[in-house]
Structures are given as C-alpha cells and as structure tokens.
Design a protein around this ligand. Sequence first.
Ligand code: MN
Length: 201
Amino acid sequence: MAYQTPDLPYAYDALEPYIDQKTMELHHDKHHAGYTKKFNAAIEGTDLEKMPIEDIFRNVSRHPVAVRNHGGGHYNHSIFWTIMSPNGGGSPSGELKQAIERDFGSFDELKQLFAKAAAGRFGSGWAWLYLDTAGKLNICSTPNQDNPFMDVADCNAQKLLLGLDVWEHAYYLKYQNRRADYIDAFWNVVNWQEVARRFKD
Ligand code: MN
C-alpha cells in the first residue's frame, strides 16, 4: 500500500488571515503531493515499502537521498497540517503546560526559542518542538526535509510535537521575505490540543 497525501483537516482558507488560501492550495496539493509521489517511487519494490517510516528515518543515511528528502517531506507535512487549526492559538494546558514550564521556564520562553530556531535556519528547513531521547522537551531546527527522527539530524527525538515549515513555499506569497512575521502569525493557528495529544500519546 503506497503512502497517501492526507486531506487537510480544514478548508484551504480556514487559516486566513494568518496563512492564505493560495499558499495552502499550492503547499498541500502540489508540494506535499509531490513529496508523497516521489517517496513512493523511491521505495517501490524495496524492503522499505513494509518498514514503518520512523524506522526508515532512524537509518536514513543508508538509503538513497530521495528517501530522505521525499520521505521527510511527506512525513513532516503530514504532521504540519494537523498541528494547525482555525480554532488554534492560545496557550498549552495540563501536563504539556507543566512540562513546558519545567523544561523552558515559561511558554513565552519556549516561543522565543522556537522563533529563534525558525528564523535562524539558513535556507529551507523546519523548526521543531520535540521530546528528546532523555525525556525532556527541546527545540531545534533541521535543514531541507530532515527531521529529528533521522540519524543525520543534530537533534534526536522520541516524539515530534510541533513543527513549523520555514521553506519559502510555506510563506512567500503572503509574507515575501518577512519570515519573522510568518513565525509570529503561526502562534495564532497552533492546535495545542493536538500537540498535547502527541505529547501524551
Ligand atoms: Mn512545505
């Protein structure tokens, strides 16, 4: 069974005004669908077809670069759509809030560190909030379509909680060169319920 590009869990215009409809259409239907298609092509007829994708990532340096780029692209975007919501924004609660205060001091501090990681990624990539292999919440950024499950990454996750796509295709139509404004706007659509579910899952 080949990988599928999951449907958006809301309408293309649902994240307006923070993320515009045209960007969402192109980003989901063209960019994400392209990664999925090319990932399927890269693993077709190989042992990787039956391997859980996280297991592929743990040894991704041993596989063709198309597996890393398009597998990461498919997987990262599949997370990205779900951690945003038209009913998003606000702040985390419950156990996630407690863990954030334990590991960052405050939610504001998390936001500052995350924004710094997202703004500081040179070129294309992602910023992540993740549970590291020591059980601590942490933040990092990865280049291109890498993620913290990959053996090539500088950071190692047991769970990915929140990811922000900072490729220009994610924001350029609305924000042009103003990546920092896109990062600021992102907090208005973060689906903290889904982030908390990923944390407890
Ligand atoms: Mn993207």
